[in-house]
Write a protein that binds this ligand. Sequence first.
Ligand code: GRG
Length: 300
Amino acid sequence: MNFNDELKKRVDEVNSLMEETLSIDTGLAEPLMDAMRYSVLAPGKRLRPIFMRESALLFSDSLKDIPELKYFMAAIELIHSYSLVHDDMPCIDNDEYRRGRKTTHAVYGETNALLAGDGLLNFAYETASLGLLNAKHLDRAAKAMAVLSKKAGIFGMVGGQAVDVESEKTGKEINKERLIFIHENKTAALIEASMMIGAILSGATDKDIEVIEEAASKIGIAFQIRDDILDVEGSFEELGKPIGSDEENEKATYVTLFGLEKAKQDVEEYSKRAMDILNSFERKNEFLMELVNSLIARNR
Ligand code: GRG
């Protein structure tokens, strides 16, 4: 297997899926749809839908019998994209670049960016609900919807973001427990949702879904620690956004708490633990293992 070729195939597949999903005539609301397309169709890594697909393949040899999967793959990327649009806005991180392009509010203005985020979030659930309407296993699709809505909201990404914003704005002291809570919710929750939904839709048992959640949590925490590292020693060219924003915002991160070396060790440690867990399943997914491994030293 050539990992880079295989990764490119999967990224291309998600890019086509997102274009197809957003190819709808919205009439007078077209300028808003333009802003939605602008943010989603920018060159993201598409990791969450890819994690969902690969997790499904841990419990099923073929994806042919899971017509609902593609709707959930699109939905998770729409939710992820909305979170980036809102996160970049002046009231939160005030960032000018994302995925190598000007941020949505920088191009379309603040009001449209706010509405584009709202539009994407609602469109995500509209898309996921098409998964329910087209499901071969409605019970599995309903369970997937419950996981999606829980992990994207107050008990996941939005909850983590709220604690992050509160810590930053009030200068609340950050200790390891609070930081891990933020990483686990703000970032890991959507990766957990992705992998759990893949497993659910391919018929994994409740026990297996719990184990997948555990592995995904570790992948997500490692992913955010690496994000903190890249904000210190990444490059604009590779990241598609300027580095140093955490320092500029005097933000406490894994790197400021523990230093670069320990942060790097812990990315590796969390990732290896996740790989050990994924290796414990009967069915093997070599691509998934290589993907997790490749993220340890990712530069974008
Ligand atoms: C609730 C105040 C409030 C605002 C809403 C929910 C939210 C905004 C933001 C979510 C938090 C967030 C943006 C977390 C960052 C996670 C992260 C590391 C994102 C980058 O993911 P990549 O590297 O991005 O996968 P690409 O561009 O490749 O898709």
